[in-house]
Write a protein that binds this ligand. Structure first.
Ligand code: AHR
Length: 623
């Protein structure tokens, strides 16, 4: 195969081509990005059995000593928003240590190099210390502790107490740890005391209060992507009325956030609320595509045209909250919450997958336009994104979001799919993933193989070649907990103390790291498309060629002769991503680590001509 790369003649590439989708799915928010380490901290509902509900329980909390723990609603409550709390009954005659411990989200990361802080709200008669500490289930050792002093003599009011900041004395050998709160039992004998919003944070990314988990944020930074779509996804829609994601219930003090049954089987605490997400986007240098709910629940219920206006008004309030200055009602509210400067929003996505469950006709007949008209009138420069093709509006910067999931073969076939696409309006693929190997259409595979990742890479080549119309792409899902069923695909998976970087992660990172500002035409001779696929882009001083060898030969029998027109370079940098075979997968560091190898070498050539040969039948090369 010979590829002649022209020196001009392509299109401008989209600066946003590589992006992220964030929604709270399988603990990507609570127990994931959100830095809170205690599970069921405010008794907001149940995640038992894979279905979120408002049934309250003391799941993930366990008594120490002779005490018993129960859900309680006696007055006064910590706030009318959080009317359920945990009661600890201490039998008369108790001596010694009593209290409770929390399981965390599948354990805790105990890292002696990091700072931690615990806190709780308590109502009860207790003057003494509360010892807070980690314990390892693997070694039985206590791994570091702190304490807080409490001096309460009245049952009438709630008091919030913080531990001293502490660093564990030892790093735990694994994530199998618990976190304890213990009291002097003799001082509580015969009494009941009450708790709510118990909390434990490890130091967060950029040291933000109520911020995000450092290692996961670092993983996102390293992807070098340009935008983030939030807050979803199906999770924004809600399974049924009235559980759509409501921006105004995710802001302000944690005592004012009720939480909600999420779509993906878990209660959302909404501690990771609108401002925390915007802060994260800002800290990560990401443009935001703001998702807004547009009247369709996942069970198919649709808000009628007559009843839609309050939801439109709420979105307009949300926009004023994010973009308004301090002279506006909601801008002032944002400033009062510690964010004096308005955020920037250039993109708003009107809904999510509104073709689902019978939503199409109402989307076209009134839902889309109700939001479009209101938003466009006040914010004419914001680009509005439809979730159904064709786009109901094709002017004023309107664009479309396509979601593409399918098997590996389908993704390979998408290489050309955008070549003939209408250029009438820009298109995002704000969700994609090859969810099955080969031609297998059954269920989603849990881990991206080298085969599925190369297929996704071929699809991305097609996006890159057409990035005059394909303005962005984002993988679904971005993050999920490794331990939680079902084991579906995600760019990264986490446990309490580890991160699994999928092969897709490395493909996306390499593609985003090596992206030109414009495309270049490539003329192929002495061979055809497949098993090798390609795309060329350029910056002012460099030409970048991406090659995917998909089930091809190795060595000189599948060498690609590359000629860069107008180049006099004799040396090129060659980056390769390889894995032993199409079914290779990456795993957690503690379970064998990664099967992928990325190498960067210098390749000698002559006056812009280079020969690239592949060492593996599935390989990605960037020249
Ligand atoms: O990424 C997972 C889900 O897939 C998203 O929530 C939804 O929009 C899509 O169906």
């Amino acid at each position: 195969l010979t590829l002649d790369i022209a020196s001009s003649g392509g299109n401008q590439s989209s600066p946003l081509l590589y992006g992220l989708l964030y929604e709270d799915i399988y603990h990507s928010g609570d127990g994931g990005l959100y830095g809170e380490m205690l599970r069921n901290r405010a008794f907001q509902g149940s995640s038992s059995g894979g279905a979120a509900s408002l049934a309250r329980n003391t799941d993930y909390w366990h008594p120490i000593g002779s005490v018993s723990l129960a859900i309680d609603t006696s007055a006064p409550v910590v706030s009318s928003t959080l009317p359920y709390h945990m009661r600890m009954d201490v039998p008369a005659g108790t001596t010694g240590t009593v209290g409770f411990y929390n399981e965390g989200f599948w354990g805790f990361d105990v890292d002696a190099t990091k700072r931690y802080i615990a806190s709780l709200w308590m109502r009860g008669n207790y003057s003494g210390t509360v010892d807070c500490y980690f314990s390892s289930n693997t070694t039985g050792q206590m791994l570091g502790s702190s304490s807080m002093s409490i001096d309460q003599t009245s049952l009438a009011g709630w008091v919030q107490s913080y531990s001293a900041t502490f660093q564990p004395s030892k790093t735990a050998p694994d994530g199998n740890n618990t976190f304890y709160f213990t009291f002097d039992g003799s001082k509580l004998a015969g009494q009941s005391v009450y708790f709510n919003i118990l909390s434990l944070f490890k130091q967060t990314f950029d040291n933000r209060l109520n911020g995000v988990r450092e290692d996961l944020a670092d993983a996102l930074v390293n992807m070098n992507h340009k935008y983030i779509r939030l807050p979803g996804g199906n999770n924004m829609e809600g399974n049924n009325s009235p559980y759509e994601w409501k921006w105004n219930e995710t802001i302000g003090p944690l005592t004012d956030r009720p939480g909600r049954p999420g779509t993906w089987g878990d209660i959302n605490t909404d501690g990771f609320g609108l401002l925390e997400m915007m802060q994260m986007a800002q800290d990560l240098g990401l443009e935001v595509i703001l998702g807004i709910w547009t009247g369709l629940y996942l069970d198919g219920e649709v808000v009628s045209e007559a009843n839609l206006q309050p939801y439109v008004d709420s979105v307009m309030d949300e926009l004023e909250f994010l973009l308004g200055d301090k002279s506006t009602t909601y801008g002032a509210k944002r400033a009062a919450l510690g964010f004096p400067s308005p955020f920037t929003i250039n993109w708003i996505e009107i809904g999510n997958e509104d073709y689902l469950n019978g939503g199409t006709s109402s989307y076209y007949s009134y839902r889309y336009m109700a939001f479009y008209d209101a938003l466009h009138a006040v914010y004419p420069s914001i680009n509005l994104v439809s979730t159904i093709n064709p786009n109901p509006v094709t002017s004023n910067g309107s664009s479309l979001d396509l979601h593409i999931y399918g098997n590996e073969n389908y993704f390979v076939s998408l290489f050309n799919t955008f070549d003939q696409a209408s250029r009438e309006y820009p298109v995002f693929v704000n969700e994609y993933a090859a969810t099955n190997t080969g031609s297998n259409n059954a269920g989603q595979v849990g881990a991206q193989t080298m085969g599925t990742s190369c297929a996704e890479a071929i699809f991305l080549l097609g996006c890159e070649r057409n990035s005059d119309v394909i303005v962005g792409s984002a993988y679904g899902a971005l993050i999920k907990n490794y331990n939680e069923a079902p084991d579906t695909v995600a760019v990264i998976k986490h446990t309490a103390n580890e991160v699994l970087y999928s092969i897709s992660y490395y493909v996306q990172k390499l593609f985003a790291d090596n992206m030109g500002k414009r495309t270049l035409p490539v003329n192929a001779t002495d061979g055809e498309l497949g098993p090798v696929y390609w795309s060329a882009t350029a910056n002012s001083s460099s030409t970048i060629l991406k090659l995917v060898n998909y089930n091809g030969k190795t060595g000189s029998s599948n060498a690609v002769q590359v000629n860069v027109k107008g180049s006099s370079k004799n040396i090129a940098t060659l980056i390769t991503l390889t894995a032993p075979g199409s079914t290779s997968v990456n795993s957690l560091p503690s379970l064998g680590g990664e099967s992928t190898t990325i190498t960067t070498t210098s390749l000698s050539g002559s006056a812009g001509s280079f020969s690239v040969s592949f060492g593996n039948s599935y390989e990605i090369a960037i020249l």
